[in-house]
Unconditional design. Structure first.
Length: 167
C-alpha cells in the first residue's frame, strides 16, 4: 500500500457540506494554522458519477492514502447507511483512527446523532472547533495505534486539554 498521509472526511453531503467547506477554508487561509491533506482531492467525482458502485469504487481509492478519518456528525448522520455507514465500515476494516466531530459542539459522544457502527468503538469525540480538530488530527492517530488494543469505547479529551487550547 502507498504512503498514507491523507485525511478522509465523512459527512452528509446534503446537510453538512458547510462544515467540510469551513475546514477547507481554514486550510486555505494563510492566517490560520490549520492544515490537512484532503483525501477528497484524489479521484474527484463529477456530476456524471451516478452509479453507487462507481462512486464507492472511487471512494475506496481515496481510502488507500488515508491515515485517519474525520466524521462530521450532524442531525441526520446516524441514519445514513448507503454511504456514511459504508465509509465507516471501510475505515474500520482498514484499522484507521476515527475522529468524530460533533457539529452541535458537544464535547463527548452524542448518542442521539452518532452512527451506531462507531458508538462502542475507540473513537475520539470532539466539538466542531478549529483548535480541538487540529489537536485531534495531530495527536489521535498515534494514540489510536498505541491504545486501540487495550482501550475501548468512546474517547473524550479532558477539560485541561480544552483549557490549554483556549476553549
Amino acid at each position: 500500500m502507498g504512503y498514507r498521509n491523507k485525511t478522509y472526511i465523512v459527512f452528509d453531503g446534503d446537510n453538512d457540506i458547510w462544515a467540510y467547506r469551513f475546514m477547507k477554508g481554514w486550510k486555505a487561509n494563510k492566517n490560520i494554522d490549520f492544515d490537512f491533506h484532503d483525501a477528497h482531492d484524489i479521484n474527484r467525482l463529477t456530476s456524471i458519477a451516478r452509479s453507487e458502485q462507481y462512486i464507492k469504487g472511487k471512494l475506496k481509492e481515496r481510502f488507500k492514502s488515508a491515515k485517519q478519518i474525520i466524521v462530521l456528525i450532524g442531525d441526520s448522520t446516524k441514519n445514513l447507511y448507503r454511504y456514511i455507514r459504508w465509509e465507516l465500515e471501510v475505515a474500520q476494516g482498514l484499522d484507521l483512527p476515527i475522529i468524530a466531530v460533533n457539529l452541535n459542539n458537544f464535547r463527548a459522544q452524542d448518542n442521539d446523532r452518532v452512527p451506531p457502527i462507531i458508538r462502542d468503538e475507540y473513537v475520539v469525540h470532539i466539538p466542531f472547533k478549529l483548535a480541538i480538530i487540529k489537536y485531534a488530527l495531530d495527536n489521535f492517530p498515534a494514540e489510536f495505534k498505541s491504545r486501540k488494543a487495550t482501550d475501548t469505547g468512546p474517547r473524550v479529551y479532558s477539560e485541561s486539554i480544552y483549557k490549554n487550547l483556549g476553549l
